[in-house]
Design a protein around this ligand. Structure first.
Ligand SMILES: [Ca+2]
Ligand SMILES: [Ca+2]
Length: 134
């Protein structure tokens, strides 16, 4: 075996060895906040609730309507605490089209730090009273 071949062989062994000792990808826990919006039976009102994995207390959240650039996102309403009732008309941020709702959550984490985080987006057709597309 020439020196060049030995080096190539060593390199391939090293590559195989490093593959062999490489463990599975470590799972990283990402703190996050989730928004749910549920229709109250027999009405056009909805219960909006947020929860965050790293929140000790949730002081408030802003419901917002996601809009594409260049339009800024719509501010809908501020709700104190982690849950509240909202009219479907408020959630109807795009009249005649689908609505894209998310929340900006204000909370304190388990270390006592004040934090804000955006939630997932809940898409739907809200506001059947004034919007024929719902
Ligand atoms: Ca929108
Ligand atoms: Ca709409």
């Amino acid at each position: 075996m020439t020196l060049r071949k030995k080096l190539a062989w060593l390199a391939s062994v090293a590559a195989i060895t490093s593959l062999g000792v490489a463990g599975p990808a470590t799972a990283t826990t990402t703190a996050g906040c989730i928004l749910t919006i549920e229709r109250q039976i027999g009405s056009d009102f909805y219960t909006a609730t947020v929860g965050c994995t790293d929140a000790a207390t949730i002081s408030a959240f802003d419901l917002k309507g996601d809009d594409e650039w260049p339009n800024p996102d719509d501010f809908i309403i501020k709700i104190w605490g982690s849950t509240g009732t909202v009219s479907g008309d408020y959630l109807n941020e795009d009249v005649g089209a689908r609505d894209e709702i998310y929340a900006k959550v204000y909370y304190t984490d388990f270390g006592g730090k004040s934090r804000t985080a955006n939630t997932n987006r809940v898409d739907g057709y809200f506001g059947c009273v004034i919007d024929p597309v719902c």
